[in-house]
Design a protein around this ligand. Structure first.
Ligand SMILES: [Zn+2]
Ligand SMILES: [Zn+2]
Length: 435
């Protein structure tokens, strides 16, 4: 034998080396079912075929999940069903000394109960309520009990923000962050943070599945992502949903009691949510940076400025660079997206122009927010509530300026303002706000 394998300094026998490959420890399935349905992503409609180099036949393959490697009719999928790696005894050790608000405390207890019972629970928490902290106790209990936990979010920016936070809180179980192109893809851990896309890699892996921003694009519009979440969790597992702006059908189900949920109507720092002001700015598609917008930008040290389209945003950027050359813009396909978001967080960009990609999930302490062209249909009620929710999140800067610059009010704008006011009323009624 030329290759020797060592384990803890001891040379292993052939038998020991081959043991983990024992096929009893694998379930083997075809990559595509007869129908066909892709057994990785659940796609039933998006296929193509080609002369296959592997089997020499004309093979059908899935186009939906091809960026993760081709699944074709001759592909076999192997799933490990042997024993799971043992977790560290300290996996659930919680390094967190913060205190929960009254609203967070109720949610935290309900999440813990759902995790222990393997049931479903939704946390409806306004932006800035501190919904991540609501998970800590339940996650710690699960990890200490040897369970595997996944926190999934539709967007990579959110995953990149959550992973370091959880690493600090669970220092013995720092979670790998899984997103397209992430370096952590092949790390095993009892705790992972992942985009919903990357969940295609898992089958019946998690005892606790937490889906953050469950109302967000692309999750709500892409059935294969919902399939991915269901496939990645064990048959008996807990399912926790987090949302700041549930869809109308979810709201109905919560009100009627069909969906078990905890509502946190107030932020942890006990200040009300900033209520957006509406400001008519004329035909901004012509002026690009209308005077009131220019004035607003000049007054700000740290601000997000939302535009409905990349094209108008890029035109606005070249004008605003004349105000301050450090002003930048970002959009979904921007190759420097990650770097710009980090620079904004560090404070080296005073005003960041953005499309709706930064409407949720990200926190920039002390930021003011404005929307140009708030009447555009990309700014739905929930998008506007989320955007307004970027302001005043930190205890050090609990207030913030939110302006909707528009060329004609829409129903969505009016409802968004009403929703925010309603949450502030609820927060006051329940004694969750000061003053
Ligand atoms: Zn597929
Ligand atoms: Zn083939």
């Amino acid at each position: 034998m030329t290759n020797a394998f060592f384990f803890s300094g001891r040379e292993l026998t052939d038998e020991e080396i081959l043991k983990p490959l024992d096929l009893h420890h694998f379930t083997v399935r075809p990559g595509l079912s007869e129908t066909p349905q892709c057994q990785r992503c659940g796609n039933t409609t998006n296929f193509s075929s080609h002369p296959c180099a592997r089997c020499g036949k004309i093979c059908t393959y899935c186009r939906n999940c091809i960026e993760m490697g081709k699944i074709s009719s001759c592909t076999k999928l192997y799933r490990w069903n042997g024993p799971e790696p043992a977790h560290s005894e300290k996996a659930g050790r919680l390094n967190w000394s913060g205190t929960l608000s009254a609203g967070q405390h109720t949610a935290s207890e309900n999440v813990l109960r759902a995790i222990q019972n393997g049931s479903e629970h939704t946390v409806w928490a306004v932006a800035g309520a501190g919904k991540t902290e609501v998970l800590f106790k339940g996650m710690a209990a699960a990890l200490s009990g040897g369970k595997r936990v996944c926190l999934a979010a539709p967007r990579a920016d959110v995953v990149r923000e959550l992973a370091p936070r959880l690493s600090a809180v669970f220092p013995d179980t720092p979670p790998p962050a899984l997103y397209g192109g992430s370096p952590d893809r092949h790390v095993y851990s009892p705790l992972i943070v992942s985009t919903t896309h990357q969940l295609f890699r898992f089958t019946e892996a998690f005892d606790v599945m937490i889906v953050d921003e469950v109302d967000a694009f692309p999750y709500t519009f892409d059935l294969s992502l919902q399939y991915a979440v269901q496939k990645a969790r064990k048959k008996k597992s807990a399912l926790i949903y987090l949302t700041a702006t549930p869809e109308p059908s979810w709201k109905e189900d919560i009100k009627s009691g069909k969906r078990e949920a905890t509502l946190i109507p107030a932020r942890y720092h006990r200040h009300p949510l900033p209520v957006p002001k509406m400001s008519w700015c004329g035909n901004w598609k012509k002026t690009i940076v209308p005077d009131p917008v220019q004035k607003w930008v000049k007054e700000k040290q740290k601000a997000l400025l939302f535009y409905p389209h990349i094209e108008t945003m890029e035109k606005a950027l070249s004008r605003l660079k004349e105000v301050d050359e450090r002003i930048e813009s970002v959009h979904a396909g921007d190759p420097l997206r990650k770097e710009k978001v980090e620079a904004m967080r560090r404070g080296s960009i005073p005003v960041l122009l953005t499309t709706t990609i930064l409407e949720r999930g990200v926190t920039f302490p002390g930021v003011d927010v404005a929307v140009v062209g708030a009447e555009d249909r990309v700014f739905t009620e929930s998008a506007l509530v989320q955007i307004a929710g970027r302001a005043g999140r930190s205890a050090a800067c609990p207030t913030g300026d939110v302006v909707l610059f528009h060329y004609g009010k829409t129903e969505a704008m009016v409802r968004a303002v009403e929703q925010i006011k309603q949450m502030n009323r609820l927060g006051r009624d329940r004694g969750l706000l000061d003053g």
